[in-house]
Design a protein around this ligand. Structure first.
Ligand SMILES: Nc1ncnc2c1ncn2[C@@H]1O[C@H](COP(=O)(O)OP(=O)(O)O)[C@@H](O)[C@H]1O
Ligand SMILES: [Mg+2]
Length: 247
């Protein structure tokens, strides 16, 4: 069963259709990706799923565990186990990495916090006492955020452009963390315009101009996304859907 189901979701902002008829099934325990060029509506879709201010008035239906998310507050969504990692992670002035991860952790165990840090490539002895502020680089903050997500153990995780601000060597750490999340049974929705990130997913949706263009096997989507996506006449094309071997 889909842990998250979107049915014909649409959103109009400033008299513009930003999302137009998005229907997605996100299967529990799997890694999915939403891909598409800049401006396709990917981040907007995440904002609607998270219930952020200004994005509440969508058309269609979004269900988590079979329950409508319409009208549910951001904090109630968080309590239900829905978490989002941001393209530009927040700063927490005055908090050390240890305090921040402790606050995010389900059980506050030092061993688990250090394990999560190691998984994302942060050496605890170097980073535990650092402040989560501008003295950390964007990439380091991104890793701290990912470690916080690992100790939080979300049921559904949306990650917007997880590779932005991350160097190639650190990308492996991010991908390790994704594998760990999957082992823990989490469901992940990657939002990306990167082929490397798309390759981490088991199933993908291609978006363009607020519409879904293709869904299914990433091998079928990769070449399309690489070669055919811009410029395009996607607005007028029917949805292409493919089977994923083994799913
Ligand atoms: N609050 C808003 N008001 C008006 N237009 C918006 C708003 N948020 C996003 N948009 C527009 O929606 C489109 C999709 O944006 P976005 O979801 O950020 O795309 P992506 O994440 O795929 O790059 C863009 O044209 C953007 O300008
Ligand atoms: Mg975006």
């Amino acid at each position: 069963m889909g842990i998250l189901e979107l049915e014909n979701v649409s959103l109009v902002l400033n008299n513009q259709a930003i999302l137009d008829g998005i229907t997605l099934d996100i299967w529990e325990g799997h890694i999915h990706a939403v891909v598409g060029p800049n401006g396709a509506g990917k981040t907007t879709l995440a904002a609607v799923i998270m219930g952020l201010k200004g994005y509440e008035h969508f058309g269609g239906e979004i269900r988590f565990d079979g329950q409508s998310l319409r009208g549910m507050s951001v904090s109630d969504r968080a309590k239900a186990g829905i978490t989002m990692g941001w393209q530009e992670p927040a700063r927490f002035e005055g908090l050390t990495v240890r305090q921040f991860l402790n606050a995010s952790s389900r059980n506050g165990k030092d061993s688990e916090i250090e394990e999560a840090m190691a998984q994302v490539g942060l050496r605890p002895e170097v980073y535990l006492s650092r402040a989560v502020d501008r003295t950390l680089s964007g990439g380091e903050r991104k890793k701290v955020e990912l470690a916080s997500i690992l100790v939080m153990k979300p049921r559904l995780l949306l990650l917007d452009e997880p590779d932005s601000g991350i160097d190639v060597a650190s990308l492996e750490n991010i991908f390790n963390a994704l594998k760990q999340l999957k082992r823990n049974g989490a469901t992940v929705l990657l939002i990306t315009h990167s082929n490397a990130v798309l390759r981490q997913a088991e199933h993908a949706f291609l978006m363009c101009c607020g519409r879904q263009i293709m869904k299914g096997d990433i091998e079928k989507i990769l070449p399309y996304f690489e070669g055919e996506c811009i410029p395009c006449d996607h607005k007028n094309r029917p949805l292409v859907e493919t089977e994923v071997p083994g799913l």
